[in-house]
Write a protein that binds this ligand. Structure first.
Ligand code: TV1
Ligand code: CA
Ligand code: ZN
Length: 395
């Protein structure tokens, strides 16, 4: 009814597995897979599926997971009993859980965990394959974006690093991949996975406060292990930020930094992690970003005209996550000016979208905005540092 049509000259694909949404990390855990249902509900009520290729994705196979993750880790992940289940009398020890960081409060062992992880990874791997074989120009995988998972370790709500799996697929057909991470947390798992290659450049924007904000890594000077024989040196870029950053500051930083990186590194594909916990009012985040400022990052990347995968990630206030990801889906399609700001009357769970609009104001979201602790001088210094790093990259 909004006359949303396929974009001219390029293809957008949407990759999701609705079974993922039914999983629960636990009553009070901040990660709510149900936010994907809310996102799909908005995307659908605006009529966006008509303008995209929609894929119901399969779970990733063991071999696909094994392209990054260690076998002993995957085997443990596949057999560890859920927390509330009495453990096998013959195997009562928790050694594996300690070793792989499973079963704590951040990374609980819940029912269907391995299926959930395989489905998330499946959406990202499928999205990457569609980009590789030229069937898609912008592939969307909101169920992925789990950037903290390590080769043999779960971390920060992430068990399988679907982004690394996706980038490994892209590297089969593209010489250079640029990874960009706008989640409020540092994208440490992806950064570490590609520390030793100059074919992947990683850039994370995040809140940085080593002793009080997870994961504590990602300082301005952390640019990858600097050794004579490491081609990956200088290919990790970190943008450490303080509480309360605004749309204007963030867009300026993003465009100054990504613009310069694009000139020097000349990526042949982009992997963009769109964690929505960088939005104002997030349960875990600390920034003052609005849906518009978050979406401006997607818009800027799209305008570079390079094949791109868009992943989800964090985001702990489900109504804000759904607004941002629906808006960003519309940017991918190029229909953002055709859809009304007001949430359509027929949207399932419309009552969750308090304020009835895609673009609530900071006052509506927060009441009193969070104090902005980012000075213009510091932001200038950050851009300056990044530009200096880039002298070591490309030509
Ligand atoms: C259960 C119930 C788990 C309530 C976890 C916030 C909870 C957190 C919970 C929480 C919470 C974190 C740490 C401390 C490491 C721990 C998807 C030394 C109210 C990509 C992951 C953040 C972010 C992990 C993931 C962090 C992502 N913050 N309530 N846990 N220990 N963990 O600080 O980047 O968004 O907070
Ligand atoms: Ca980040
Ligand atoms: Zn996060």
């Amino acid at each position: 009814e909004y006359n949303i049509v396929r974009p001219k000259g390029y293809t957008v694909s949407y990759h999701a597995n609705p079974e993922m949404e039914k999983h629960h990390f636990g009553q009070t855990h901040p990660m709510k897979p149900w936010r994907l249902t809310l996102t799909k509900s908005l995307v659908t009520s605006y009529g966006m599926p008509f303008a995209m290729d929609n894929y119901n994705t399969r779970p990733a196979t063991y071999e696909e997971l094994n392209s990054f993750h260690a076998s002993d880790y995957l085997d443990y992940l596949g057999t560890a009993p859920p927390e509330d289940q009495p453990r096998d009398i013959d195997n009562p020890d928790k050694a594996g859980e300690v070793k792989f960081n499973l079963g704590g409060s951040d990374c609980p062992l819940f029912h269907g965990l391995f299926d959930y992880c395989s489905m998330s990874a499946g959406t990202s791997v499928d999205a990457a394959r569609k980009i590789c074989n030229g069937q898609s120009d912008i592939a969307i995988a909101w169920g992925g974006g789990l950037h903290h998972a390590k080769r043999s370790e779960a971390s920060g709500f992430c068990y399988i690093n679907d982004i690394v799996l996706g980038i490994l697929q892209l590297l089969r057909c593209y010489p250079r991949v640029l990874y960009i991470d706008i989640d409020v947390h540092h994208g440490d798992g992806v950064e570490e996975a590609f520390f030793s290659t100059d074919r992947v450049m990683t850039v994370s924007f995040h809140k940085y406060h080593p002793d009080s904000f997870f994961p504590g890594t990602g300082g301005l000077d952390d640019n990858g292990p600097k050794s004579e024989h490491n081609p990956g040196a200088h290919h990790a870029i970190n943008v450490p930020l303080n509480d309360g950053i605004t749309d204007e500051q963030y867009s300026w930083l993003f465009e100054s930094i990504i613009g310069k990186i694009n000139e020097h590194f000349r990526p042949s594909a982009i992997a963009l992690q769109c964690g929505a916990d960088s939005l104002a009012g997030d349960r875990l985040g600390r920034f003052n970003l609005q849906v518009q400022g978050h979406g401006a990052c997607v818009e800027y990347c799209k305008k570079l005209g390079i094949p791109m995968i868009i992943f989800g990630g964090g985001g702990y206030t489900p109504r804000n996550v759904a607004r941002a990801w629906a808006h960003e889906t519309s940017i991918a399609i190029g229909c953002q000016n055709k859809i009304p700001e007001e949430i359509p009357q027929h949207t399932p769970w419309r009552e969750h979208f308090i304020h009835d609009t895609l673009f609530p104001t900071l006052e509506q979201i927060l009441g009193e905005p969070r104090a902005n602790r980012n000075t213009p001088k510091r932001l200038q210094e950050i851009v300056q540092h990044v530009h200096e790093q880039l002298r070591f990259v490309g030509h």
